[in-house]
Design a protein around this ligand. Structure first.
Ligand code: FMN
Length: 205
């Protein structure tokens, strides 16, 4: 699917068929997600993929009972890891080998990121992981898998139910599944969009 077509045709889907999202499809989707940009290339994203009925029921409870969570073939919880040091070593060493960084400063840089800890890095973790979540939606759609991004859930409940590491901040839930093309939702006109004239402030506000 071409990029433009993917962007224009993606929509949030709540009505799915019962078809499963299999391992190979997920693998292809996440292989594309890997190439998302991130701050310092530190890739602070983590994805919990839930496909079993019990897990989806638990997530539905965390999402205030939203029905499409259990109707979807898979539900992904996207986390941003606030620990800026988590992957600093492998990322910065690799970049030095490839000529992106001065090898003489790499040790200090790794130390700095590892010493920094993670308290208060919510925004930092959210920025990169939300971009990865967006890639996830378009990568899925390019594989024929529809999605719905969701912000309506209780992060503390997710933490408790799934034993989430302390430094991981839940940032988005994304349902994945195959569209019910005969359903009412798919056959409705696309939702309203603001015009570009309204939101693009060309050359100043
Ligand atoms: C940050 C964010 C949070 C959202 N939360 C929910 C949600 O909790 N439940 C839901 O059904 N849809 C949710 N949506 C989907 C929006 O309702 C949807 O993107 C919007 O209505 C536009 O429709 P479209 O995606 O079909 O174009 C969310 C979307 C975003 C980007």
């Amino acid at each position: 699917m071409e990029t433009e077509e993917a962007i224009r045709s993606r929509r949030s889907v709540h009505e799915y068929t019962s078809e499963e999202v299999d391992d190979d499809t997920l693998k292809s989707i996440f292989e594309l997600v890997r190439w998302s940009p991130s701050s310092y290339n530190l890739q602070p994203w983590e994805f919990l993929v839930v496909r079993d009925e019990e897990g989806k029921e638990t997530l539905k409870d965390c999402a205030y009972g939203q029905e499409h969570v259990t109707d979807a073939g898979a539900v992904v919880v996207v986390f941003g890891d606030r620990d800026r040091g988590a992957h600093a070593e492998e990322v910065f060493r690799n970049e030095a080998e490839k000529g992106y960084r001065d090898p003489d400063t790499v040790d200090d840089m790794i130390q700095k990121f590892q010493d920094e800890g993670w308290q208060g890095n919510d925004e930092w973790a959210m920025q990169s992981s939300m971009i990865a979540a967006t890639t996830l939606m378009y990568a899925a759609w390019s594989e024929g898998v529809a999605s719905c991004p969701m912000g309506g859930w209780d992060g503390d409940a997710i933490r408790e139910e799934f034993d989430v590491p302390e430094s991981w901040k839940p940032v988005l839930m994304v349902t994945l599944g195959y569209v019910d093309r005969d359903g009412d939702e798919w056959n409705r006109e696309r939702k309203y969009r603001r015009s570009t004239d309204e939101f693009v402030h060309l050359d100043g506000l």
